[in-house]
Ligand binder design. Structure first.
Ligand code: KIV
Length: 273
Protein backbone atom coordinates (compact mmCIF):
# COMPACT_ATOMS: atom_id res chain seq x y z
CA UNK A 1 0.00 0.00 0.00
CA UNK A 2 1.46 3.36 -1.02
CA UNK A 3 2.06 6.00 1.66
CA UNK A 4 -0.08 8.94 0.55
CA UNK A 5 1.01 12.46 1.47
CA UNK A 6 -2.60 13.65 1.17
CA UNK A 7 -5.39 12.46 3.44
CA UNK A 8 -7.98 12.04 0.66
CA UNK A 9 -7.16 8.63 -0.82
CA UNK A 10 -10.30 8.32 -3.00
CA UNK A 11 -9.59 7.56 -6.67
CA UNK A 12 -9.63 10.86 -8.59
CA UNK A 13 -12.25 10.98 -11.35
CA UNK A 14 -12.93 13.45 -14.16
CA UNK A 15 -15.99 14.65 -12.20
CA UNK A 16 -13.78 15.27 -9.16
CA UNK A 17 -11.55 17.56 -11.26
CA UNK A 18 -14.61 19.56 -12.36
CA UNK A 19 -15.73 19.76 -8.70
CA UNK A 20 -12.23 20.98 -7.74
CA UNK A 21 -12.56 23.87 -10.20
CA UNK A 22 -16.00 24.73 -8.75
CA UNK A 23 -14.50 24.75 -5.24
CA UNK A 24 -11.49 26.83 -6.31
CA UNK A 25 -9.10 23.95 -5.51
CA UNK A 26 -6.08 23.84 -7.85
CA UNK A 27 -5.29 20.65 -9.76
CA UNK A 28 -1.75 19.16 -9.71
CA UNK A 29 -0.63 17.08 -12.69
CA UNK A 30 2.73 15.69 -13.90
CA UNK A 31 3.71 13.34 -16.67
CA UNK A 32 4.94 9.78 -16.04
CA UNK A 33 5.91 6.99 -18.41
CA UNK A 34 6.78 4.00 -16.22
CA UNK A 35 5.53 1.93 -13.27
CA UNK A 36 8.16 2.91 -10.68
CA UNK A 37 7.92 6.67 -11.26
CA UNK A 38 4.13 6.59 -11.45
CA UNK A 39 3.99 4.81 -8.08
CA UNK A 40 6.15 7.51 -6.46
CA UNK A 41 4.17 10.39 -8.01
CA UNK A 42 0.84 8.82 -7.06
CA UNK A 43 2.05 8.17 -3.51
CA UNK A 44 3.01 11.84 -3.19
CA UNK A 45 -0.65 12.72 -3.76
CA UNK A 46 -0.81 14.14 -7.30
CA UNK A 47 -4.35 14.65 -8.61
CA UNK A 48 -3.61 13.53 -12.17
CA UNK A 49 -0.86 11.84 -14.17
CA UNK A 50 -0.40 12.37 -17.89
CA UNK A 51 1.21 9.64 -19.94
CA UNK A 52 2.35 12.28 -22.40
CA UNK A 53 3.63 11.63 -25.88
CA UNK A 54 6.56 13.72 -24.60
CA UNK A 55 7.81 10.16 -23.93
CA UNK A 56 9.02 10.49 -27.52
CA UNK A 57 11.49 13.18 -26.37
CA UNK A 58 12.39 12.20 -22.83
CA UNK A 59 12.20 8.41 -22.97
CA UNK A 60 13.12 7.60 -26.58
CA UNK A 61 15.30 10.59 -27.51
CA UNK A 62 13.47 11.85 -30.61
CA UNK A 63 13.48 15.62 -31.17
CA UNK A 64 9.68 15.80 -31.65
CA UNK A 65 6.57 13.86 -30.58
CA UNK A 66 5.70 13.05 -34.20
CA UNK A 67 7.39 9.58 -34.29
CA UNK A 68 5.47 8.28 -31.25
CA UNK A 69 3.27 5.27 -32.10
CA UNK A 70 0.11 3.77 -30.65
CA UNK A 71 1.84 0.55 -29.58
CA UNK A 72 4.63 2.39 -27.72
CA UNK A 73 2.11 4.67 -25.95
CA UNK A 74 0.17 1.60 -24.86
CA UNK A 75 3.30 0.08 -23.25
CA UNK A 76 4.08 3.32 -21.36
CA UNK A 77 0.45 3.85 -20.32
CA UNK A 78 -0.16 0.29 -19.10
CA UNK A 79 3.06 0.53 -17.01
CA UNK A 80 1.88 3.79 -15.41
CA UNK A 81 -1.62 2.47 -14.70
CA UNK A 82 -0.14 -0.53 -12.85
CA UNK A 83 1.69 1.89 -10.51
CA UNK A 84 -1.26 4.19 -9.75
CA UNK A 85 -4.05 3.76 -7.20
CA UNK A 86 -5.36 7.29 -6.68
CA UNK A 87 -4.48 9.78 -9.44
CA UNK A 88 -6.53 10.17 -12.61
CA UNK A 89 -4.46 8.69 -15.47
CA UNK A 90 -4.77 10.50 -18.82
CA UNK A 91 -3.05 9.15 -21.94
CA UNK A 92 -2.03 11.13 -25.02
CA UNK A 93 -3.34 9.78 -28.32
CA UNK A 94 -0.19 9.97 -30.48
CA UNK A 95 0.12 11.80 -33.79
CA UNK A 96 -1.73 10.13 -36.66
CA UNK A 97 -4.02 8.00 -34.51
CA UNK A 98 -7.04 10.34 -34.43
CA UNK A 99 -6.69 12.94 -37.21
CA UNK A 100 -7.66 10.79 -40.23
CA UNK A 101 -11.34 10.04 -39.59
CA UNK A 102 -13.85 9.31 -36.85
CA UNK A 103 -13.77 5.52 -37.22
CA UNK A 104 -9.96 5.31 -36.95
CA UNK A 105 -10.00 7.71 -34.01
CA UNK A 106 -12.61 5.82 -31.99
CA UNK A 107 -11.04 2.44 -32.84
CA UNK A 108 -7.64 3.61 -31.60
CA UNK A 109 -9.16 5.29 -28.52
CA UNK A 110 -10.94 2.05 -27.56
CA UNK A 111 -7.69 0.08 -28.07
CA UNK A 112 -5.79 2.39 -25.68
CA UNK A 113 -8.53 2.20 -23.04
CA UNK A 114 -8.84 -1.60 -23.26
CA UNK A 115 -5.11 -2.36 -23.31
CA UNK A 116 -3.98 0.15 -20.65
CA UNK A 117 -6.80 0.56 -18.13
CA UNK A 118 -6.36 4.37 -18.29
CA UNK A 119 -9.10 6.74 -17.14
CA UNK A 120 -9.11 9.24 -20.02
CA UNK A 121 -7.37 10.36 -23.23
CA UNK A 122 -5.90 13.68 -24.41
CA UNK A 123 -6.07 14.96 -28.00
CA UNK A 124 -4.37 18.02 -29.49
CA UNK A 125 -6.39 20.53 -31.52
CA UNK A 126 -9.70 22.39 -31.75
CA UNK A 127 -12.35 22.72 -34.47
CA UNK A 128 -10.39 20.51 -36.93
CA UNK A 129 -10.65 17.45 -34.68
CA UNK A 130 -14.12 18.12 -33.25
CA UNK A 131 -15.93 15.25 -35.08
CA UNK A 132 -13.35 12.78 -33.71
CA UNK A 133 -13.60 14.23 -30.18
CA UNK A 134 -17.40 13.89 -30.26
CA UNK A 135 -17.26 10.32 -31.56
CA UNK A 136 -14.78 9.22 -28.86
CA UNK A 137 -16.82 10.89 -26.11
CA UNK A 138 -19.97 9.22 -27.50
CA UNK A 139 -18.18 5.89 -27.03
CA UNK A 140 -17.95 6.66 -23.32
CA UNK A 141 -14.31 7.77 -23.19
CA UNK A 142 -13.49 11.00 -21.31
CA UNK A 143 -11.40 13.48 -23.33
CA UNK A 144 -9.01 16.22 -22.23
CA UNK A 145 -8.38 18.84 -24.94
CA UNK A 146 -5.01 20.49 -25.65
CA UNK A 147 -4.69 23.94 -27.27
CA UNK A 148 -1.99 26.60 -27.75
CA UNK A 149 1.38 25.04 -28.47
CA UNK A 150 0.41 21.58 -29.69
CA UNK A 151 3.74 19.77 -30.24
CA UNK A 152 2.31 17.21 -32.69
CA UNK A 153 1.90 20.17 -35.13
CA UNK A 154 5.51 21.33 -34.78
CA UNK A 155 6.16 20.79 -38.49
CA UNK A 156 3.32 23.20 -39.30
CA UNK A 157 4.30 25.77 -36.62
CA UNK A 158 8.03 25.55 -37.39
CA UNK A 159 8.91 26.73 -33.86
CA UNK A 160 8.21 26.04 -30.17
CA UNK A 161 7.67 29.78 -29.51
CA UNK A 162 4.72 31.16 -27.49
CA UNK A 163 1.40 30.70 -29.36
CA UNK A 164 -1.69 32.90 -29.72
CA UNK A 165 0.09 36.23 -29.24
CA UNK A 166 -1.81 37.81 -32.13
CA UNK A 167 -5.53 38.58 -32.01
CA UNK A 168 -6.62 36.16 -34.72
CA UNK A 169 -4.90 33.14 -33.14
CA UNK A 170 -6.10 34.16 -29.67
CA UNK A 171 -9.71 34.46 -30.93
CA UNK A 172 -9.48 31.01 -32.56
CA UNK A 173 -8.10 29.52 -29.33
CA UNK A 174 -11.00 30.95 -27.27
CA UNK A 175 -13.51 29.65 -29.86
CA UNK A 176 -11.85 26.22 -29.91
CA UNK A 177 -11.91 26.02 -26.10
CA UNK A 178 -15.67 26.69 -26.08
CA UNK A 179 -16.22 24.11 -28.83
CA UNK A 180 -14.27 21.48 -26.88
CA UNK A 181 -16.29 22.22 -23.73
CA UNK A 182 -19.58 22.02 -25.69
CA UNK A 183 -18.41 18.71 -27.22
CA UNK A 184 -18.11 17.28 -23.70
CA UNK A 185 -14.38 17.46 -22.87
CA UNK A 186 -13.82 17.31 -19.11
CA UNK A 187 -10.70 19.57 -19.10
CA UNK A 188 -8.31 21.37 -21.44
CA UNK A 189 -4.53 21.79 -21.35
CA UNK A 190 -3.32 25.22 -22.52
CA UNK A 191 0.36 25.17 -23.45
CA UNK A 192 2.70 28.16 -23.80
CA UNK A 193 0.26 31.02 -24.36
CA UNK A 194 0.00 34.49 -22.77
CA UNK A 195 -1.17 34.30 -19.14
CA UNK A 196 -3.96 36.85 -19.73
CA UNK A 197 -5.43 34.72 -22.52
CA UNK A 198 -5.31 31.58 -20.37
CA UNK A 199 -6.99 33.49 -17.52
CA UNK A 200 -9.78 34.56 -19.88
CA UNK A 201 -10.39 30.98 -21.05
CA UNK A 202 -10.35 29.66 -17.47
CA UNK A 203 -12.90 32.28 -16.41
CA UNK A 204 -15.23 31.66 -19.38
CA UNK A 205 -15.26 27.84 -19.16
CA UNK A 206 -16.79 25.62 -16.48
CA UNK A 207 -14.34 22.75 -17.11
CA UNK A 208 -10.83 22.93 -15.60
CA UNK A 209 -8.01 24.56 -17.55
CA UNK A 210 -4.62 23.00 -16.85
CA UNK A 211 -1.71 25.24 -17.79
CA UNK A 212 1.87 24.62 -18.87
CA UNK A 213 3.56 27.93 -19.56
CA UNK A 214 0.15 29.63 -19.29
CA UNK A 215 0.48 31.54 -15.99
CA UNK A 216 -1.20 30.77 -12.67
CA UNK A 217 -4.71 32.18 -13.20
CA UNK A 218 -5.85 28.79 -14.45
CA UNK A 219 -7.28 25.80 -12.59
CA UNK A 220 -4.18 23.61 -12.39
CA UNK A 221 -0.67 22.99 -13.66
CA UNK A 222 1.11 20.20 -15.54
CA UNK A 223 4.85 19.74 -16.08
CA UNK A 224 7.01 17.03 -17.62
CA UNK A 225 8.38 15.19 -14.58
CA UNK A 226 11.93 14.78 -15.93
CA UNK A 227 12.11 18.57 -16.36
CA UNK A 228 10.73 19.53 -12.92
CA UNK A 229 12.95 17.01 -11.12
CA UNK A 230 16.05 18.23 -12.98
CA UNK A 231 16.81 14.92 -14.70
CA UNK A 232 17.27 16.80 -17.96
CA UNK A 233 19.74 19.68 -17.98
CA UNK A 234 19.30 20.82 -21.56
CA UNK A 235 15.68 22.08 -21.45
CA UNK A 236 15.17 25.32 -19.57
CA UNK A 237 12.12 27.26 -20.77
CA UNK A 238 10.99 30.28 -18.73
CA UNK A 239 7.90 28.49 -17.42
CA UNK A 240 9.86 25.61 -15.87
CA UNK A 241 10.54 25.49 -12.12
CA UNK A 242 13.05 22.81 -11.07
CA UNK A 243 12.17 21.17 -7.74
CA UNK A 244 15.23 18.92 -7.57
CA UNK A 245 18.55 18.34 -9.30
CA UNK A 246 18.34 14.61 -9.92
CA UNK A 247 20.89 14.86 -12.73
CA UNK A 248 23.53 15.78 -10.13
CA UNK A 249 22.19 13.31 -7.53
CA UNK A 250 22.39 10.42 -10.03
CA UNK A 251 25.76 11.46 -11.45
CA UNK A 252 27.26 11.67 -7.94
CA UNK A 253 25.77 8.30 -6.90
CA UNK A 254 26.99 6.57 -10.06
CA UNK A 255 30.42 8.19 -9.65
CA UNK A 256 30.62 6.82 -6.09
CA UNK A 257 29.55 3.34 -7.31
CA UNK A 258 32.26 3.37 -10.01
CA UNK A 259 34.89 4.32 -7.41
CA UNK A 260 33.71 1.60 -4.99
CA UNK A 261 33.77 -1.07 -7.72
CA UNK A 262 37.20 -0.03 -9.03
CA UNK A 263 38.67 0.03 -5.49
CA UNK A 264 37.15 -3.32 -4.57
CA UNK A 265 35.02 -1.68 -1.81
CA UNK A 266 31.76 -2.99 -3.24
CA UNK A 267 30.42 -5.45 -2.28
CA UNK A 268 31.64 -5.73 1.32
CA UNK A 269 31.26 -8.77 3.56
CA UNK A 270 27.69 -7.92 4.59
CA UNK A 271 26.69 -7.53 0.95
CA UNK A 272 27.61 -11.06 -0.07
CA UNK A 273 26.39 -14.63 0.63
O1 KIV B 1 3.14 15.17 -23.90
C1 KIV B 1 3.13 15.92 -22.90
O2 KIV B 1 3.93 15.78 -21.96
C2 KIV B 1 2.15 17.00 -22.86
C3 KIV B 1 2.31 18.03 -21.79
C4 KIV B 1 3.44 18.92 -22.11
C5 KIV B 1 1.05 18.78 -21.55
O3 KIV B 1 1.28 17.05 -23.68
Amino acid sequence: MAQYLCSDTRKVTTLRLIEMKKNGEKISMLTAYDYTTAKILDGAGLDAILVGDSASNVMVGYTTTVPMTLDKMIIYAASVVRGVKRALVVVDMPFGTYQVDEVTAVTNAIKIMQETGADALKLEGGEEILPMVKKIIAAGIPIMGHLGLTPQSINAFGTYAVRAKDEAEAAKLVRDAHLLEEAGCFAIVLEKIPATLAERVASELKIPIIGIGAGNKVDGQVLVYTDMLGLSKDFAPRFLRRYADLHTVITDAVGQYITDVKQGDFPNEKEQY
